[in-house]
Write a protein that binds this ligand. Structure first.
Ligand SMILES: [Zn+2]
Length: 518
């Protein structure tokens, strides 16, 4: 089995995972198939959605189809010739209190049914549990993971090493670190049910990052029970490659229609805001009047259509270098997603150091939400770690112009003339920097370097952004050794905060400052 990464964006990647039943491209959604109740048969999923992989539960297969599955194989039981991933059924073991299934038996069974990607019988941490119990789930899952090599007999099945720990992030870190040392082909993160059901996406971000930062980067990461399509882009951006989802069917049974903004009850819809074959041929009223099974089937089909589209949209965003923009767009579909995106600031340095350097497209800067994005952090780091300004006695700070690159705008040319007139008697030894959102300080000789001119930002700026730029200006003054600073202030745009920051920095540094108004 091999995993080849083709494209990257933030921590997300488009990759090719080779399995014994064929190549699958990631990020990939694997619909969960309950073999006893199939709203859409796997074969039809292949035809309708080009679905290349599905997930099913080894525990249920063992309980209901044991003889058939071991005789004919899981591909025949499900009537699906794509890639099949099996979950060990750890969750069911827990729910049904079935302690009779030994972990070894589940490993052997998955080999016998000829699955493609298999999971050891882990112990899900759950949500409402003590740290002590959580620790037990991590330790016991690790013990079983270490035993795998002595039980398994085949090398053509990819084994998945699950990371446990739940909301105890220190345990997630330990679990990921230890799992990563074992020879698994794929890793998986188990997320407790309330995280997805109650939209605790900020908790999820913490868990994914704790796992991702401590697992081997070259192995694919699967997110168990990913659920709703509106969080796919976020999970992909944080480096999740595979998702299983039972949500399309679960929501369909509840009469719920999925969109990229959440779910809506079928009874509340007057229009189908979608152009998939189901929504093109029907209207909400007629679907509501259908027999229950037919209604659920159509809803499940629509739900899968939009889920697969979202994965494609996310992949396209990676290709275009616009994954961050997609994150911001999706974050505005639900307050909990926005809350999750706001926590990314905590990981800004890591995201930057692991994000690819692409120059595909200009950035759209909408608000302070975009400040932790890798391009902004990268510029800040380069300026403080690698940049030395040309020798000059005077630092001249000019405000950003709408037209870019700055040095080609009329406003810049006018400001330059003013400065030259003002400074003529004193010196012509000055260095110009533009203060601009979101990058902070842009030395004029670099203003054509990507992405310092290749972006669009919003006016008026929000206060957090203004304060960020003001801090960058102050940090720059403190770090460099100019003899004097001349600030051209655009007090209206910057609410006087750039001048305040300059005054404070110059005072601390003992550098004379002159403020000129535009
Ligand atoms: Zn539709």
């Amino acid at each position: 089995m091999s995993f080849e990464i083709r494209e990257r964006g933030i921590l997300g990647r488009i990759g090719r995972l080779e399995t014994k039943s064929g190549m699958i491209e990631t990020p990939l959604l694997l619909p969960v198939i309950n073999p006893t109740v199939q709203l859409i048969p796997p074969r039809k999923m292949q035809e309708l959605f080009d679905c290349t992989a599905v997930m099913t539960n080894a525990y249920i297969i063992r309980k209901r189809f044991e003889g058939e599955a071991t005789d004919k194989g899981i591909h025949s039981v499900l009537d699906f010739n794509g890639v099949i991933m099996t979950d060990s059924g750890a969750y069911q073991t827990l729910v049904y209190g079935d302690v009779e299934v030994p972990p070894e038996a589940i490993v052997q069974f998955q080999e016998e049914i000829n699955t493609d990607i298999a999971t050891i019988l882990d112990i899900p941490t759950g949500w409402d549990v003590s740290e002590e119990y959580a620790q037990h789930t991590v330790d016991e899952t690790l013990r079983r993971a270490r035993n795998l090599s002595s039980i398994k007999t085949r090398d053509d099945i990819a084994w998945m090493g699950p990371v446990q720990g739940g909301r105890y992030l220190d345990l997630v870190i330990r679990s990921a670190t230890e799992m990563g040392k074992l020879p698994f082909e794929v890793h998986a993160l188990g997320s407790p049910t309330p995280v997805m059901e109650q939209y605790l996406f900020d908790t999820l971000v913490g868990m994914i990052m704790a796992a991702k930062m401590n697992l081997p980067a070259e192995r694919p990461l699967h997110l168990f029970g990913a659920g709703h399509l509106f969080m796919f882009a976020l999970a992909v951006a944080l480096g999740c490659d595979l998702f299983d989802s039972a949500a399309y069917a679960k929501y369909a049974r509840q009469g719920r229609y999925m969109t990229e903004r959440g779910t809506t009850r079928l009874s509340e819809l007057r229009y189908f805001p979608c152009s998939c074959p189901v929504c093109r041929k029907n209207d909400p009223e007629s679907v509501l009047e259908m027999e229950k099974i037919e209604r659920q089937r159509l809803l499940a089909e629509h739900n899968l259509y939009v889920s697969f589209s979202e994965i494609k949209l996310t992949k396209q965003a990676i290709v275009e270098g616009r994954l961050w923009e997609l994150l911001e767009l999706r974050a505005h579909g639900h307050p909990r997603l926005l809350q999750a995106l706001k926590t990314l600031g905590k990981y800004a340095e890591y995201l930057e150091s692991h994000s690819p350097i692409t120059k595909r497209s200009g950035l759209f800067f909408f608000s302070s939400l975009g400040l932790p994005r890798p391009e902004v952090i990268r510029h800040q780091k380069r300026l403080s770690e690698r940049y030395s300004p040309p020798r000059a006695k005077v630092l001249v700070l000019l405000p950003q112009t709408r037209m870019k690159p700055f040095h080609k705008s009329n406003r810049y040319q006018r400001a330059l003339k003013d400065i030259q007139r003002n400074l003529r008697e004193e010196t012509d030894d000055f260095h110009i920097c533009v203060y601009a959102a979101p990058f902070g300080i842009v030395p004029i000789e670099l203003d054509e370097v990507y992405p310092l001119s290749q972006y669009e930002s919003v006016a008026p700026l929000d206060l957090e952004t203004i304060d960020y730029v003001a801090k960058q200006v102050a940090d720059y003054i403190m770090a460099m050794d100019y003899e004097r600073v001349v600030l051209t202030e655009d007090a209206e745009t910057w609410k006087g905060r750039i001048a305040t920051a300059c005054r404070r920095a110059c005072e601390r540094k003992g550098t004379p400052l002159r403020v000129v108004r535009t």
